[in-house]
Design a protein around this ligand. Sequence first.
Ligand code: HXC
Length: 259
Amino acid sequence: MAYEFIQTRVEGDKVGIITLNRPKQLNALNGELMREMGQALKEFDGNEAIGCMIITGSEKAFAAGADIGAMATYSFADVYRDDYITRDWETIRSIRKPVIAAVSGFALGGGCELAMMCDFIIAADNAKFGQPEIKLGVIPGAGGTQRLPRAVGKSKAMDMCLTARMMDATEAERAGLVSRVVPLDKLMDEALGAALIICGFGRLAVMAAKECVNRAFEGSLNDGVMFERRLFHALFATTDQKEGMDAFVNKRAAAFKHQ
Ligand code: HXC
């Protein structure tokens, strides 16, 4: 499938990679780009061969936010009627296989929000995260005010949303926004390595783990623990559980069949 604003490829026959491709605009996110990304994510999610996805940008920018030029003349009626941007942005939340954000350079505004919608973030040492919407007279509109405090706590989230200051990769790792920081030239190797590890596990367990961790952000501790317990129980109905445990007991490598 040929896209205009993204590029897609498959690595190792099992990892779907989506590269944002508006380098001159620092990958500013316009409606068409988000539609294309949603379509690519859904295609990878529905492809039996794919076990994990990676979203990445360019060295200079993962994405510098929603396209300000496109937004500049919108009225309240325009954005409210069209539920501006969010409808296509929601697609990523329905993706059931893991999605890793491999971030180098700027991840600002909608770019930071997109990275936070992924399941985890691996950052290059030149990454910079921020929610600078306040400088434009608006606020984050794709979950930034909700996901950022959950990731880094209220104080840092308020600081970033109210002063528009950026967080560098070191601070982002220390604060828990990103899971790993690596040198820029190792970013894709690291992300691909993580993705291939995930692909090697039983897919049902991988999907269940993703669903459970997401629950931690969406409900009470009680509900989350119960949800986790039931999915944990359910995995005992899979062949992968028999295979994984038998392999450990018999000191051999597991060969998961995703069943
Ligand atoms: C449109 C953008 C853009 C953006 C950069 N560009 N960010 N175009 N929308 N968000 C364009 C510039 O206009 C410029 O185009 C080219 O990319 C290079 O950018 P420069 O500013 O020249 O680069 P630099 O000096 O290195 O500064 C980088 C930067 C700065 C610090 C990232 O570009 C910047 O502050 N960008 C805006 C960041 C921002 O405010 N993001 C939040 C957007 S609101 P030309 O044609 O001049 O070369 C948002 C809301 C989300 O995201 C809500 C979701 C529903």
